[in-house]
Design a protein around this ligand. Sequence first.
Ligand code: SAM
Ligand code: DTB
Ligand code: SF4
Length: 344
Amino acid sequence: MSHDFSGHAHTAHSHAPESQIPLRHDWTVAEVKALYELPVMDLVYRAQTVHRAVWKENKVQLCSLLSIKTGGCPEDCAYCPQAARYKTGVKAEKLMSVPEVLTAAQTAREAGATRFCMGAAWREIKDGPQFDSVLEMVKGVKSLGMEACCTLGMVTDSQAKRLKEAGLDAYNHNLDTSKEHYGDIISTRTYDDRLKTLERVRNAGIGVCCGGIIGLGESIDDRCGMLVTLANQEHHPESVPVNALVPVEGTPLANNHKIDTLDMVRTIAVARILMPASMVRLSAGRQQMNEEAQLLCMMAGANSVFFGEKLLTTGNPEFEQDMAFFEKAGVKPLEPNVDKPVTQ
Ligand code: SAM
Ligand code: DTB
Ligand code: SF4
């Protein structure tokens, strides 16, 4: 049995009446590992069957990501090029101005983005003029008609409430790995700190965007454990980013072995089966994958990508290349207000 973001145990089942896909909250690691280890074709078939029962069409949301405050972070996340303590060549910059961010948001919308995600290399939000600017950015993104998402580190209840009032749709705060593996990757905060922020976000009525990274040196049990923690919440996160480690020179994980693409496919497929109505986001690592591997991730249930040349500090496929790929493969853009999962 696992625990939700408030630390309570859950065994409840809810049901998805129209699609007949049950939303379970009582997964065990052993059961999830058995799914993870299925032959890839069987696993992808099961994931795609769940996917099509809930998401009627083959559609992928185009999201745009902007680093509004880059580098200089006091945390020690072993994968992260923005941690001040690692010599990665990422310069610490000031928070971007509101007009700069909104110009970027407008450009992203014109290029087809329906969700705009703003990331800051902060341990936590500090109240004051910078947070006030972020609230203006959220309002501005909403007035452009896009979903607004932020990832700013830890938040308090009152900050979460103010973000909600500004119109924020989602807050990204990843668990990254299992509780057991967490201490090997990050020492400057705990898994429980992470869960507490997620609970505050949920309580404020903001959508939860929470996922992880594969390729950190974790075991299959760790991958499955993280997915079980996510799926056994009272409410599944509305959004689950699955990142492949982008190894960055200067970070402690710079020399980690490149993950096998099929591990990305398996992780996405299991996330789709466990959380049928959540957006599963094929996030970092797309630049390192060929088109066929990306399509296999989409077959496995990924229905969102970041587009644009850069993630936060590392590369992403070129815009034109992505557009040509989606066109060639017949991948259509998902419209969040139109293409809803058929579970509610
Ligand atoms: N500082 C905030 C935090 O940690 O929550 C927000 C920004 S942080 C860069 C957002 C997420 O990016 C991390 O939780 C991690 O999952 C992902 N990330 C950072 N560096 C990465 C890398 N080298 N490869 C893959 N994902 C990475
Ligand atoms: C998430 O899970 N992945 C995105 C987004 N949420 C903020 C960030 C990926 C960052 C990859 C490393 C970099 O570009 O600095
Ligand atoms: Fe800082 Fe976030 Fe990077 Fe960790 S992942 S070092 S908290 S920016």
